[in-house]
Write a protein that binds this ligand. Structure first.
Ligand code: SF4
Length: 638
């Protein structure tokens, strides 16, 4: 590798909030070679720097804001950054992506990663301007919403072009699924990064910069990213209707999670559809930095009790989780709920999950009146939803219990609640049901390192969920079983998921949005495209096979982080409801049947021990992770 690092900013900013110490460190070339960047690089930092079994909400945890080499370039969909930390929801590896402009601003300010460690003795925010760093008092921001915080900080620093990532009241109150919000309405929502920031008394990071990103071969890079842009422009449905289009698509399949997974068919789906949003509430589309798709929505409710100012959303996950998931079809209330969650800094997926869970527990008599204190815990009650969002954000009344996340709340409630709770490893399940959509999601939810997640590492749902639209994600020639046998055939799904698990790491380590990497050749960025784009950007020659190897290495490293924390096969499981038949709709009666079969296939194809689900010593050695294997041996894992 040449001395110059093209494509990267070349520096890491490390801030110890306990000692108020600010350090700038050079990017490690050996880490770039092994892990590329973004969550791959951050996973390595957390592996080497975090002691196992620490409390995620203690000063011992670190939260890393990370970009990849493509972040902030004119490669389409390159506006991403990710936060990585030990998750207070799962005690496992936590990561969460967001778009907007914060990631590119990090690169332009001169930093690929910002590592935050320790804990400030009082609330502070960090202002980074073109490489200059200040830790500023934030006591006056305590209790302020995300929008208020953003406006006040932009006014104080007198730099309207800056980007602000901050927490709302939910993060301050250590709600375990609090989000980090940037550019007002963009969310790094999952896994509780907002609570980790809150535990460090860090209210916000504001950032601006004008430095260039140097490109090794600008002509080639321009040629390749133009090809990529033309491919992504074919995603017309996502561009026109946004992710919320999935409401009617999934409902027609009978796979729209409704009433806490009781069914996959919502009779009033039209009321919460993208057409309804478009006809009455949509102001315009919104795109992240350099994105030709623009899947974001920008909407408002002008009048009435659900009135909101203009803001971003609602996206598909939010609409289902705060709508059909709670049996609600009042789109105005859903828009209001989205606005409140954004402003309080709450993950909308986890919020919708815990609210529906509480309603079902109450219905079953497991939550008592003295805890409910007069709130009508019932389905299809928008007022209750709004009230619970406020209580959760402030940790008041029953909100204090629900703020712990569905797994911990269930343990406290007792009775049958732990079996009912829809999560894996403690992360609340989102708005895709493996029973009705495609069984590849079942193995994915079970094994994912961050828990019940549909999108990290990669969303494999388009592989086989409809016979008219099969997608190989450009992975056929790497061995992806093709053609798929059928969405409800479980045999082979564990083998197929291996390819998605590994490929899904590539957008993550490059600093890209996952939507760019779904589909088939011609309408997505394939692994071959990534190899060409990365090589021309950095001057580091890399072919698609080497890139897949790095993806596999990073996936294994994240798995090893969890293994060191005590996770193994026993934790790769699904909630009981996934084995119960869908109650109504076009795929009535469908359920997961044989997760063990898919687990065995997945572990075997990954080169992991089938009994334990742990990567073998030999596999780690083959991936260049000998020292990781040795560390696990020292911890008596092998
Ligand atoms: S596809 Fe959507 S989420 Fe992805 S970069 Fe574009 S606007 Fe952002």
């Amino acid at each position: 590798m040449s001395e110059k690092i093209f494509g990267y900013a070349g520096q890491i900013l490390r801030i110890d909030l306990s000692k108020k110490k600010i350090l700038k460190e050079p990017l490690r070339k050996d880490f770039i070679k092994k892990y590329i960047g973004c969550t791959g690089y951050a996973a390595a930092i957390l592996w080497y720097e975090l002691k196992p079994k620490i409390d995620p909400l203690s000063p011992n945890n670190k939260i890393i804001f990370s970009t990849g080499p493509l972040t902030g370039t004119f490669c389409p969909c390159s506006g991403s950054y990710e936060i990585c930390f030990k998750s207070p929801l799962t005690n496992a590896f936590g990561e969460s992506r967001s778009g907007g402009i914060f990631g590119p601003k990090m690169k332009y300010a001169g930093f690929d990663h910002i590592i935050i460690e320790g804990k400030s003795d009082k609330p502070v925010y960090i202002w980074i301007n073109n490489g200059e760093v200040e830790i500023k008092d934030a006591q006056h921001l305590y209790g302020k919403t995300v929008h208020e915080t953003t406006e006040i900080i932009l006014e104080e620093i007198k730099e309207p072009k800056a980007s602000v990532a901050c927490i709302g009241p939910a993060g301050e109150k250590l709600v375990r699924f609090a989000a980090v919000m940037n550019d007002r309405d963009r969310a790094a929502g999952r896994c509780g990064g907002g609570a980790v920031m809150g535990s460090k008394n860090l209210k916000a990071i504001a950032i601006n910069g004008e430095k260039d990103i140097e490109i090794a071969n600008p002509e080639k890079f321009y040629e390749f990213v133009t090809e990529a842009k033309n491919a992504l422009l074919k995603k017309t449905a996502l561009r026109r209707f946004g992710t919320i289009n999935a409401i009617t698509v999934l409902n027609a399949m009978g796979a729209l999670p409704t009433k806490y997974g009781y069914t996959g068919f919502f009779e009033r789906a039209e009321d919460v559809s993208s057409e309804r949003l478009l006809s009455k509430y949509l102001i315009k589309r919104r795109a992240c930095f350099a994105c030709p798709i623009g899947c974001g929505r920008y909407s408002e409710v002008k009048h009435g009790i659900w009135a909101t100012p203009p803001h971003e959303g609602p996206e598909f996950e939010t609409t289902d989780m705060l709508g059909p998931w709670i049996n609600i079809s009042n789109l105005e209330a859903i828009i209001k709920a989205n606005y409140l969650c954004n402003n309080y800094g709450l993950d909308t997926i986890s919020t919708g999950n815990v609210i529906a869970f509480a309603i079902e527990c109450y219905e079953k008599g497991w939550i008592k009146e003295d805890l409910v204190k007069g709130i009508k815990l019932e389905w299809n009650n928008p007022e209750t939803m709004i009230e619970l969002i406020k209580l959760i954000a402030k940790r008041e009344g029953i909100g204090d219990l629900l703020a712990e996340g569905v797994m911990r709340a269930a343990e406290k409630i007792g009775y049958g609640a732990p079996e009912l709770a829809l999560h894996t490893k403690g992360l609340e399940m989102p708005a895709h049901d493996p029973r009705g959509e495609t069984r590849i999601l079942a193995i994915k939810y079970a094994v994912e390192y961050r828990g019940g997640c549909h999108v990290h590492s990669g969303f494999p749902g388009l592989y086989d969920r409809s016979p008219e639209s099969l997608n190989d994600y450009g992975l056929k020639e790497f061995g992806l079983p093709w053609p798929p046998k059928g969405k409800f055939i479980e045999e082979g799904k564990g083998i197929a998921y291996r390819f998605f698990a590994i490929f899904g790491q590539i957008p993550e380590i490059m600093g890209m949005c996952q939507f760019a990497s779904m589909g088939s050749e011609g309408n997505m960025i394939t692994i071959k495209d990534y190899a060409k784009i990365y090589s021309s950007l950095t001057g580091i020659e890399m072919d698609e096979y080497e890139l897949m190897k790095i993806g596999e290495r990073v996936y294994n490293l994240k798995r090893c982080f969890n293994v060191r924390e005590g996770f193994n096969r026993k934790d790769d499981k699904l909630p009981k409801r996934m084995y119960e038949p869908i109650a109504t709709g076009p795929v009535k009666g469908e359920c997961v049947k044989n997760l063990d079969l898919m687990l065995n296939e997945f572990y075997e194809s990954m080169g992991w021990d089938i009994k334990t689900g742990i990567p073998t010593f030999e596999k780690l050695k083959e991936l260049g992770l000998e020292d990781v294997a040795e560390e696990l041996r020292k911890n008596s894992i092998f």
